[in-house]
Design a protein around this ligand. Structure first.
Ligand code: AMP
Length: 277
């Protein structure tokens, strides 16, 4: 496995691999890797010849009062996990943006609600970093987790709108045995907080057998099942447009963001229409 600290060196190697007819796969991450990340690597591994993982805590996607400074890091453990999952190259950049970097990529509409409404500028930071990463890594395909459901939708839209030749694939959420969605931020939860955070997945799971088409009632029921210090949002949306639904007359997605102390967790699940098989 090759460790790159120079982003442009990855690009040179990616272009060389492509010229040999190799298929380049890519998994972008912010590190502190867990089984959710390695599942993305496994999915990509079987579909490419040269698999690149990036580990970069992107300052552009953090707001001024967010957890950039305390975001957990473990570069050595991360490299070990990448090696164990057959990754060919890790980009751990030393200086990611060029001096005077001044380009922003932003997807309007899909970025505006849900997490975008609570974290202004977040998705512009995400699309800006992913656009540059795609330019550097030159992937044929890239895998993103459904854990960040809105992010996946926003990146798919960016790739479509900019006609980037990248096959963007989603991967299912990986959970602990008790249902908690794996997240690098789970490390910040103390025992009681972690126990209460199980109410997020439990509440979404209960909503998967809806007893009404009335979305306001479904959200009230789901909210009552959530034990959090603060619910940032709870929404039931159309899975493609991410717009709120009033009537559950077709498959939907329920998404939640909630705080435990200063730790913000997100989760989501597919919700079938009532009576659907
Ligand atoms: P992050 O390091 O949090 O930026 O995540 C990097 C990638 O891993 C994103 O595509 C996430 O959606 C994905 N990811 C993070 N946690 C999980 C999980 N529990 N299951 C599946 N994918 C995940």
């Amino acid at each position: 496995m090759h460790l790159f600290s120079d982003p442009l060196a990855v690009q040179a190697e990616a272009l060389r691999r492509r010229s040999l007819g190799q298929r380049v796969g890519f998994v972008p991450t912010m590190g502190f890797l867990h089984a959710g990340h390695t599942a993305l690597m496994d999915q990509a591994r079987s579909q490419c010849d040269w698999l690149v993982v990036s580990i970069f805590v992107n300052p552009l996607q953090f707001g001024p009062n967010e957890d950039l400074d305390r975001y957990p890091r473990d570069p050595e453990g991360d490299a070990e996990k990448c090696r164990a999952h057959g990754v060919d190259a890790v980009l751990l950049p030393d200086g990611f943006y060029p001096p005077g970097h001044s380009t922003q990529v932003a997807v309007s509409g899909l970025s505006d609600g849900l997490c975008g409404a609570r974290r202004p500028g977040h998705f512009a930071g995400v699309t800006t970093v992913v656009a540059r990463l795609f330019g550097l890594v030159q992937p044929h395909m890239a895998v993103f987790g459904e854990k960040d459901f809105q992010q996946l939708a926003v990146i798919r839209r960016m790739v479509r709108d900019l006609a980037l030749p990248v096959d963007v694939q989603g991967a299912p959420i990986v959970r602990d045995a008790d249902g908690l969605a794996l997240s690098s931020r789970n490390k910040f939860l103390d025992g009681p907080q972690r126990a209460r955070a199980l109410s997020l997945s439990a509440s979404l799971r209960a909503a998967q057998t809806p007893n009404t088409r009335d979305v306001a009632r479904l959200l009230t029921q789901a909210r009552a099942n959530i034990d959090a210090d603060r619910i940032d949002y709870l929404a039931l949306v159309d899975p493609d447009s991410l717009l709120p639904m009033q009537v559950l007359d077709r498959p939907a997605r329920m998404l939640v963001a909630a705080f435990y102390g200063s730790t913000r967790l997100i989760d989501n699940m597919a919700i079938p229409a009532p009576g659907a098989p």
